[in-house]
Design a protein around this ligand. Structure first.
Ligand code: SD4
Length: 300
């Protein structure tokens, strides 16, 4: 028994890479990293890594995190510029006892010293998008936030080890230095090999308000299936924010328990995610309609 689950269809190729490793007795840390790196390195994805959309000043600032469900180690970086694989920097930060979460210049000095690959992360098409939209955002007072596509993955290997990894360029046109949920343990991700793991995508400012990934793992610990834990945590947070604040931003989550059973939930119309296990790799869609969450496999 083994498996991996990841957010958005863009993770499909990465999930294939990860399942190849897991099938052949690979370690879950390597599997989730392989999945997320594949998305980070693809310039066609405008919400993660190379090709990610920049902040209000036209600078790509990246957040990423890694958690090992065996010993609960966490490594994370926030607002990091000019490195190809923030998820790998986050992974290496898990190893030390202190200084596991580095931001901005400090994270970049660390990555440089560790020999991580440096490169300009702003592609020409991301720069054009920023150029074209900044005037519109300003003139028409549009919300810069449109869509949400953090990549994150959680899974379990044949030895029962679990891990999770997240990576994002955050919200398009975000303020310089703005950090979302993706590098924050408990909010953007959480995993415990004795129970299960979860990770999130959506409006970080709202996801943080519910520490939703810790909540999902806690619900699985109390006996809920991965699916019910995702649904309950998402609906509770969505309803609570709506009642208290009048609205809730996008919240989408995926989870897998230590037996490889998975779940997902969202408060959007449609949230595609990818699952890989002994049965193969498939894209599944979760959706939210009339206060209820539904999931189904994607028709090709
Ligand atoms: C954030 N959760 O920074 C991320 C946004 C996201 O594509 O999912 N972005 O708030």
């Amino acid at each position: 028994m083994w498996g991996i689950i990841a957010t958005w269809k863009m993770a499909e190729k990465g999930v294939h890479l990860a399942t190849n490793g897991l099938e052949n007795n690979g370690n879950i840390l390597d599997a989730v990293e392989a999945c997320v790196k594949d998305v980070e390195e693809n310039p066609d994805f405008s919400s993660v890594g190379y090709g990610g959309l920049p902040n209000e000043h036209g600078v790509v600032e990246l957040d990423a995190a890694f958690m090992n469900g065996e010993d609960l180690s966490v490594g994370a970086v926030a607002s990091v510029k000019d490195f190809l694989n923030p998820c790998s920097i986050a992974r290496s930060l898990m190893d030390s006892q202190f200084n596991n979460f580095l931001a901005g210049a400090g994270a970049e000095v660390y990555a440089q010293n560790k020999g991580f690959k440096r490169q300009n992360m702003l592609t020409e098409s991301a720069r054009k998008h920023w150029q074209e939209h900044k005037k519109k955002i300003h003139d028409e007072r549009l919300s810069p936030y449109a869509g949400h596509d953090t990549v994150c993955a959680a899974g379990v290997d044949k030895k029962g080890r679990m891990a999770t990894c997240t990576s994002t360029s955050g919200l398009f046109y975000k303020a310089q230095g703005r950090v979302g949920d993706s590098p924050i343990p408990g909010a953007g991700y959480y995993v415990d090999s004795d129970i299960g793991g979860a990770c999130a995508t959506g409006l970080g400012e709202d996801i943080m308000k519910g520490c939703i990934c810790y909540e999902i793992v806690r619900l699985m610990k109390s006996g809920l299936s991965a699916q019910l834990a995702c649904e309950k945590a998402t609906l509770d947070l969505h309803n609570s924010l709506t009642r208290r604040r009048g609205k809730a931003g996008d919240i989408s989550v995926v989870a897998m328990n230590h037996k490889g059973e998975y779940g997902a939930a969202t408060n959007r119309n449609s949230f595609p995610f990818v699952v890989g296990n002994e049965q193969g790799v498939k894209v599944v869609i979760a959706g939210y309609k009339n206060g209820r969450i539904i999931t189904g496999e994607q028709d090709d």
